[in-house]
Structures are given as structure tokens and as C-alpha cells.
Design a binder for this molecule. Structure first.
Ligand code: SAM
Length: 243
């Protein structure tokens, strides 16, 4: 199946957290060294050194895995999810929180006779670099055509009623401020996805919650996939059908 070109940078997800974890790792590393000098390692206080060392390793590891997710594994995961949707090639699709266009690129190569709309509010601390001109440049450089980028919130989608047969998203709904916002997005999905259309959301933190909200809103065939450990934080795929 067609693949997304892995040679284009699709941005660093959650840059604050990646840097924050690296900072914690560094601080814990320095404290480990200081504690190793100050503490008598033959006493019970050595536990402090071990705890600091574990924090240092854990924080650096999490930061490195998040970086790896942004550089490589999210591209593979998105390819896998889009392959699993078994698209005909003429659908009209929407990507919520499209960022630099990773899912838009994957959809565009699979929908040669279709149409792709990407919506994003371009929040800088959710993805770096982020912005409509950057997404346009990335998609152009990747040789992807036929993607329409729109600025707006997924809580109030700049998309007409019943305009799409498929709505997808990755690591964008988990960044919403709370359950009220997630309900607003689900209501918007109900509005913009035409009857019989599908929803596929690859999300790290709120997959089960989204599945429950989709079910309450009347979506059918709601499924929640297993955790995908190749991604940090691990994501689950939620799929549903618009009644
Ligand atoms: C971690 S990035 C993921 C980008 C893209 N989905 C991907 O997989 O590479 C999250 C994106 O969601 C966008 N976003 C966050 N809140 C949003 C909102 N309320 N409406 C639209 N976009 C939003 C951010 O601007 C950012 O581009």
C-alpha cells in the first residue's frame, strides 16, 4: 500500500513535555552525583541515590522515546492505521488537528480521486514547528497535492454539515482541555461526518473516554484497539460509524 514519505519532518509533538522530561533527567542526574558523594552508600540512605538514578534514567528514556515517536514511529503507526481503513480512493476525508500534515499526506496518497481537508488551530506548544504555511511547505515538499488546510478549532469545525465520509485524528483530542471540549468535538463529528461515514482516532490518553462519548452520541460499531507501545505515550485506535 502507498506509504507516507518518512523523509519529511512532521514536527516534534508535545515539545514542552519532551524538554521538561529531559530537564528532570538532567537535574536528577546532577543530584545523583551529588548524593553519591555526600551519602554513605553502605547505609540505608543509598536508597536515595538509587531513586534519583532511576528518576534520571526514566525521565531521559521517556523523553528519548517521545522524540523517537515524533521522528519515526508515528509515521509508521499512521500508515498502518490508514491501511487498515481499506479506503476506496474517492472518499472525502477530514483530519482534526492536522499539524504539519502527517495524516493529510497519508490520506492524500490513498485518495487519488478523493479530497482531504486538514483543520488545525496551529498551537505552537502542541507541535513544533507548527503553522499553516509550514504544513503547506511540508506537504508540497512531500509531493502531496489536493489537501485543503483550514484554520480553526476542532470544537467548531470550519466544515459544512455532512461534508466528509471519514474523519481521522492523531494525538490532538488528548490535548483538549477537558470532557466538555471532547463532547463538543464529538458533536461536531456527528455534524460533519455523513451517515454511514467513519471516524478513526489514534489517541494516547482519552481513547476509552472518547469511545464512551461516541457511543452516547449515537455512533455505532465503536471499537477501541490495543495500546500501541511503539508510540510514546502509547496510543489506542478508536473507530466508529456515523449512524
Ligand atoms: C501533537 S500535534 C499532532 C499533529 C498531527 N495530528 C500529527 O499526528 O502529527 C497536535 C495538534 O493538534 C492541534 N490542536 C490542539 N488543539 C486544537 C483545537 N482545539 N483545534 C484544532 N487543532 C488543535 C495543535 O495545534 C497541533 O497541531
Amino acid at each position: 500500500m502507498a506509504e507516507i514519505d518518512p523523509n519529511f519532518p512532521y514536527g516534534l509533538d508535545r515539545p514542552r513535555q519532551v524538554r521538561g522530561l529531559a530537564g528532570i533527567g538532567m537535574l536528577a542526574g546532577v543530584l545523583t552525583l551529588v548524593a553519591a558523594v555526600v551519602v554513605d552508600v553502605a547505609t540505608a540512605e543509598a536508597v536515595v541515590v538509587l531513586l534519583l538514578l532511576a528518576t534520571c534514567i526514566g525521565a531521559f528514556l521517556a523523553s528519548a522515546l517521545m522524540f523517537r515517536t515524533s521522528r519515526t514511529t508515528k509515521i509508521r503507526a499512521v500508515d498502518d492505521v490508514l491501511d487498515g481503513l481499506e479506503l476506496r480512493g474517492d472518499e472525502r476525508a477530514l483530519d482534526l488537528g492536522c499539524g504539519s500534515g502527517l495524516l493529510c499526506a497519508g490520506l492524500a496518497v490513498r485518495l487519488p480521486a478523493g479530497d482531504v481537508v486538514g483543520v488545525d488551530a496551529w498551537v505552537e506548544h502542541h507541535l513544533q514547528p507548527n503553522g499553516k504555511p509550514l504544513a503547506r511547505t511540508t506537504l508540497h515538499a512531500a509531493g502531496v497535492k489536493g489537501v485543503h488546510l483550514r484554520t480553526g478549532s476542532m470544537r467548531e469545525l470550519p466544515v459544512e454539515d455532512g461534508a466528509v465520509q471519514l474523519a481521522v485524528s492523531r494525538d490532538a483530542l488528548s490535548l483538549l482541555p477537558g470532557p466538555v471540549a471532547r463532547d463538543e468535538v464529538v458533536a461536531e463529528l456527528l455534524r460533519v461526518v455523513r451517515p454511514g461515514g467513519r471516524v478513526a482516532l489514534l489517541e494516547p490518553f482519552v481513547a476509552r473516554d472518547l469511545a464512551a462519548r461516541l457511543t452516547s452520541a449515537g455512533f455505532t460499531d465503536v471499537t477501541v484497539g490495543p495500546r500501541r507501545w511503539s508510540l510514546m505515550p502509547p496510543h489506542r485506535l478508536v473507530t466508529a460509524r456515523r449512524p
